[in-house]
Design a protein around this ligand. Structure first.
Ligand SMILES: *Cc1c(COP(=O)(O)O)cnc(C)c1O
Length: 228
């Protein structure tokens, strides 16, 4: 795998306004450094322990994005340094992020994760739940989080029409939420959608951040599991 070359090809095929989050989960620090040395500074991880280790071992100018399902009891470990949390999927989690961010004197940028896939398994809020959070007095009282936009994952399928429909529905949700709660807030501008298999469709549907692993690094190494 030529990581620098893959990144160069990727960046050449997408509009300059779209940010690439290099999804480095399960990859070794040396492998991340190949992307770093090619000029990339936005990295995405989905396990708290692994992220905390990599953040301590790698250069401090990396901006770390948490992209997976985050458990409330683990927020504390990443609150001091995380650049953005993409997967806010409950009021309980948002409250915890606000609390832990407050303890470290930070304001943490967050994205609300909306459930757009027809698959049952993916996490995320529906649009009514997102409205409920944003209308609530509790949310309005939060001083240590800032909602920068939405994140979503399409169904894992070959059916491009379905993927396009799902990303299109997320873009529509973005427009509705923007109009209702953030009409003059320039911070609310990110739409994190698109992975290796579907980022071209996501960009056509308005993505501003794509989260790419396999197309940069090749097939992911399996996490190490204890011998039986
Ligand atoms: C692993 C992961 C990605 C990247 O997936 P690839 O198909 O390897 O590009 C993107 N987003 C989330 C939330 C992930 O967990």
């Amino acid at each position: 795998m030529n990581i620098a070359k893959n990144l160069e090809l990727l960046c050449r095929t997408i509009p300059a306004r779209v940010k690439v989050i290099v999804v480095s989960k399960t990859q070794k620090p040396e492998t991340l450094m190949e992307a770093y040395n090619a000029g990339h500074r936005f990295f995405g991880e989905n396990k708290v322990q692994e992220l905390a280790f990599k953040a301590s071992a790698l250069p401090p100018d990396i901006q770390w994005h948490f992209i997976g399902h985050l458990q409330t009891n683990k927020v504390r470990m990443i609150a001091p340094f995380i650049h953005m949390i993409h997967g806010i999927d409950s009021m309980k989690l948002l409250k915890e992020v606000d609390k832990e961010a407050g303890k470290t004197g930070r304001v943490i940028p967050c994205l609300l994760q909306l459930h757009i896939a027809s698959e049952e398994t993916k996490f995320g809020l529906d649009i009514q739940e997102a409205f409920q959070i944003l209308e609530s007095p509790e949310y309005r009282a939060m001083r240590n989080i800032r909602i920068h936009g939405l994140m979503g994952m399409a169904t894992y399928t070959e059916d491009e029409n379905l993927i396009r429909k799902e990303f299109g529905s997320l873009r529509n949700d973005f427009i509705k939420i923007k109009a209702a709660f953030f009409p003059s807030d320039d911070d609310f501008r990110e739409l994190s959608m698109g992975m290796s298999g579907d980022y071209m469709i996501a960009i056509e549907e308005g993505s501003t951040m794509i989260r790419i692993g396999t197309a940069i690094f090749g097939e992911r190494p399996k996490p190490i599991t204890p011998a039986a």
